[in-house]
Design a protein around this ligand. Sequence first.
Ligand SMILES: Nc1ncnc2c1ncn2[C@@H]1O[C@H](COP(=O)(O)OP(=O)(O)OP(=O)(O)O)[C@@H](O)[C@H]1O
Length: 249
Amino acid sequence: MSLFAARRLVKRFGGLTATDHVSIEVEAEEVHALIGPNGAGKSTLVNLISGLLQPDEGTVELDGVDLTPLPSYQRVRKGLSRCFQVTSIFPGATVRDNLLLAAQAHSGSSFRFMAPRNAEAALQDRAHELAVRVGLDKEYDRIAGALPHGAQRKLDVALALAADPKLLLLDEPMAGMGPEDSARMVELIQLLRTDMAILLIEHDMNAVFQLADRISVLVYGRVLTSGTAADIKGNAEVQSVYLGTEVHA
Ligand SMILES: Nc1ncnc2c1ncn2[C@@H]1O[C@H](COP(=O)(O)OP(=O)(O)OP(=O)(O)O)[C@@H](O)[C@H]1O
């Protein structure tokens, strides 16, 4: 059984079927990328998976738990974390305080039996560990909103990691990045994949081909095909979908 499975998801907006019986699975430690031209329904699918939208049909399951009836925040508790295309950081606070808040939000009852001073120390450790993990330890005391774009995206990833996800949903993590920052983000995702499964929605095809074990191509709300990078590169139907369109996915 796969770690994660979305099964036959359907979402209609009036007469438009934005998600048309989409099934997608992610195995433990797998990076599964989702690509598709503009308007293919990627954002809608991500919202259905993370719980910002409710499907008209279909189910979302993680590690044997049916997440479909749960709101976003409960899905996070069950192990499904999402990074946002629009970052979710507090721009006026330091990296440290952003991470402390996230660590605290996800600490649940873990510090309940500790003396307050020990609980505070454990939170500080956790926040610093998250900064180290994404390579932001040198920026720890800087104001988040003043960081370069690439560093802000890393912080966004660190905030999602605070929940200790089993599945990390990365929604266009390379958006707006230059080649150097993109390369760093690829390195970071390579590190993370040893600890969690990743569903990656990304327009940067270089990054997708480097990272993905499996790629699914979404067109008009349906999965056109799924396969390895080599399968997808050699697929005539995929090529024709992108031909003459704004090829950035
Ligand atoms: N809330 C909504 N109400 C009505 N139609 C919507 C809504 N959200 C999305 N759609 C429509 O559903 C289709 C899929 O949109 P979606 O944003 O999911 O595509 P996408 O693949 O994420 O595109 P992009 O890469 O441009 O963000 C589009 O035709 C869009 O206009």
